[in-house]
Structure formats: C-alpha cells, structure tokens
Design a protein around this ligand. Structure first.
Ligand code: 2NL
Length: 347
C-alpha cells in the first residue's frame, strides 16, 4: 500500500507536463496515465480489489481524486489547443458574440403603468378615449367659461374645417364619457397623450402624457381625496414621503388643491431637482364641481366626488432627478437604458 501511495505522489508530479504539451504529447500522456490497459493510474485502480479494506479505501480515494484532476487538466489543455488553432486559422473563438438588442418600455410608459397599478390595488379601473375631441367634451362639460383662454386657438390645436374638433388638452373628456356611461360608484383612472400649444422647453412639451383619476359616490369628502392621494404618494415614492396640500384653482373642481411631496432625490434637504425647497409639486386635484356632475346627469345633491390629474413625465423627472423633459423625446438609448428594467433596454 505504501508503494501505491508513493506511486500516486509521483504520478501527481506529471500533471505539470500537461499545460505545455502539444497535441501529440497530450495524446501520449493520456495513454501513459489513463490508458485502458497500460495506463499508470489505471493499473493502480485495477489493483484496488486485492487490498485490505482500510488500504483500499485510502488508496482508492487518492487514486480517484488524481484521476479527476488528470481528466480536468487534459480537457483544459485540449480546449486551449483548439482555441489557438482557431486563432491561427483567423477565427477568434474567444471574441464576444454580438449581443442582441431587446426592446424596452419607455420610462414614461412604465411610470404610467406603475401609477395605475397602485390605484388598481384600491379598486380603480383604467379608461381610455379619443385624442380628437369636441369642444363640449374637452371644455364645456368641464365647466370652462366660454371666454377661458385655453379655448382660444392660440392655446389649443384645432382641426381644420367644421365641427370645432380639437386635440384634447387633458384626459378629462375620458372621465366625462365614463360618467355618462356608468352610474356611481365610479373609481377610474384615465390616461393617454394630450396636446397643448406650449413651447418645447425644459419643462414643457406640446405633446405630453396625463394620468387622471376620478371617484364619484355618496358621501365622498375632501378627507377621501387627501387620504387616497397621500397613500398613493407613499406607495409610489417610498414610505418616508410626506405630502402637503395648497389651495389651487381649476374650473372643474371646487375646492381645488395642489399636492406636493418631499423631494425624492434629496429627501427634503434641498437640491437642484426641488430648487432647494425640499418639496416637489406632483399633481392638481379637487372636489368635482357640482356643475360637472350635472352635465353628466349625475345628481349633485346625492353624489359627490374628487378628481386629480398628473403628468407622468414630470413625475419621472421628480423621482430620477431628470433636468429636461425634452430628453424623453430624443430616443437616445444611452439616456433611456439607464432606466430600463430587466425586461428591456440596451444589452
Ligand atoms: C393638473 C390638474 C386635474 C382634474 C384634473 C377632473 C376631471 C373631471 C372632473 C373634475 Cl371629469 N376634475 N380632473 C381635477 C383636478 C386637477 O389636473 O395639474 N394636471 C396635470
């Protein structure tokens, strides 16, 4: 048994010959050590059954370990020689392949989906509607006065010809259509593209996305508005987020309030994203004006509601500290891929 262990130690030395071996030498080494009839290691393995049980166990373990080491070293050298042969023939087998580009959802699209998914948890459904609207659905039903500046062709995109059709300036018409088609209780988020004659500058785009929400039921109060929107903000921006409301004005809500959240970039201590205030304005909201309910044939004595509207591009900017809304429209993959999730983006 001592002899066998000594033979194994000697054989182990020969592992060092493998990394330098050329193809022929490699074949010889294989035969000399692992050959089925006369291989040095094979011989030891064949002798095992004749040993005492304790010796058989010790020598057997050492011999099998060494056999696996030889097999691994021989295989590695074989691979190395093959790669080298490929390079010599002008084929670099180690060259990385060309990665495939996988498409991904745009950051603004993903933010819209996230916003809606959170509202879905508390019973809101999604609604969409036409982007070309009548003045009634876009302005009249929403209690805009006849001389409101937004109605002016300077501020909205009108289609040529009769009918006064225009590109919707918000998604509110979708909610008017929802109130016409469904009786309360109503809990709905509407979303999609909107159009305004705005300059294309760091904080405006003439084409933009909107997500709006609407709740109509018996006994809905301003408390429901504040609680729902504060809960949503913490779900979206994180549990440490605080919210505050300040008075605002919209023709379609009374009273109206803007909601601010503590800056998601600096946590409220002040940074360029929140202009050193620690707060960022996220949405407008309010109690649905009774005239709007009546325009949809909903009894405003019995029912009340709240509504809100937000711009997902601005929300994405607030969350990620993106300084210019125009970046969303440039299709620069270096910009977009920074926000890609596992399902998309550049390789
Ligand atoms: C903003 C403000 C808001 C609404 C949208 C709404 C819709 C109906 C009735 C009443 Cl049908 N209100 N929507 C209410 C308050 C604010 O959006 O700043 N959006 C970006």
């Amino acid at each position: 048994m001592r002899d066998l262990l000594a033979a194994l130690t000697e054989l182990r030395e020969r592992l060092q010959e493998i990394p330098q071996a050329d193809e022929r030498r490699l074949q010889d080494l294989k035969t000399e050590i692992l050959g089925r009839k006369a291989g040095a290691l094979t011989k030891i393995l064949v002798a095992l059954p004749g040993l005492e049980p304790a010796a058989r166990k010790q020598v057997g373990a050492a011999a099998n370990t060494l056999k696996r080491e030889f097999e691994a070293a021989l295989a590695a050298r074989e691979r190395g020689l093959k790669d080298a042969a490929g390079v010599a023939a002008g084929v670099d087998l180690k060259m990385p392949g060309r990665a495939r580009w996988r498409g991904g959802l745009h950051l603004v699209t993903r933010v819209m989906d996230e916003i809606c998914a959170i509202f879905r948890e508390i019973g809101f459904t999604r609604a969409v509607g036409p982007e070309v609207e009548t003045e009634w659905y876009n302005f009249g039903a929403l209690n805009f006065p006849k001389d409101h500046p937004a109605i002016d062709a300077q501020d909205s995109f009108y289609l040529e010809g009769e009918g006064g059709y225009l590109l919707r300036t918000h998604t509110s018409p979708v909610q008017i259509r929802t109130m016409e088609q469904h009786r309360p209780p109503i809990r709905v988020v509407s979303l999609g593209q909107c159009y305004r004659r705005d300059p294309f500058d760091p904080s405006h785009s003439p084409v933009f996305e909107q997500v709006e929400g609407l709740v109509v039921d018996e006994g809905v109060t301003f408390v429901d508005l504040k609680a729902t929107l504060s809960w949503w903000a913490r779900r979206f921006f994180g549990p440490a987020t605080r919210t505050r409301f300040s008075p605002s004005y919209f023709p379609f809500t009374e009273p109206s309030a803007d909601m601010q959240v503590t800056c998601a970039v600096c946590g409220g201590s002040g940074c360029p994203t929140c202009k050193q205030t620690g707060w960022i304005e996220i949405l407008g909201s309010g109690m649905v004006h009774p005239a709007v309910l009546e325009n949809c044939k909903i009894d405003s004595e019995r029912y009340s509601g709240f509504a809100f509207g937000m711009g997902p591009a601005r929300i994405a900017m607030a969350r990620h500290g993106i300084p210019d809304i125009r970046l969303f429209f440039e299709s620069d993959v270096r910009f977009l891929a920074q926000f890609a999730d596992a399902a998309g983006g550049a390789p």
